[in-house]
Design a protein around this ligand. Sequence first.
Ligand code: 5GP
Length: 186
Amino acid sequence: MTVGPGRVVVLSGPTAVGKGTVMARFRELHPEAYVSISATTRPARPGERDGVHYWFVSDAEFDELIASGGLLEWAEVHGAARYGTPRRPVDEAVADGRTVILEIDLQGARQVKENCPDACFVFLAPPSAEELVRRLQGRGTETAEEQARRLETAATEMAARDEFDVVLVNEDVERTVAELVELCGL
Ligand code: 5GP
């Protein structure tokens, strides 16, 4: 399966599966594709920059984005913070014939499926459940409580992998990125 120009690719998968690393490498290799920058109400982690990793917004600003129809989809993730895809840059990139990638959670992917059924839905899976726990604990950016909450969400997300068009097992970042690039027809 390959996706033509101006198409939307949705990449989902459980916490700590490596979506961030895969997307960072993808961006480096294919700056001509548009990788959506989400808005979020969660605080920035050390090293994260506004407008690069996310648009970090207040609850009131997020409410305003919803009310004005500025989000293509949005969800509360891990019961902790809200995340959403700004609509306008996606519409503009599609109109320009660029491939668009949305790295969003399962709830968001389901909303895009409703509104944009032509999108290609890709699920990034870990080599095993044990490996997922190891990666989450290893990156050490979340508290034990937050890790437990993320693993709960991960179990729900893993159960939904059959809803996706393609499942990529993220064993090796370079190989996963190569598969994604091929899928995007780039
Ligand atoms: P993190 O806090 O680790 O950066 O992201 C947590 C989760 O939020 C990830 O599963 C990520 O895919 C999801 N996420 C990031 N941006 C968006 C978005 O715009 N919409 C939705 N629905 N989920 C998002």
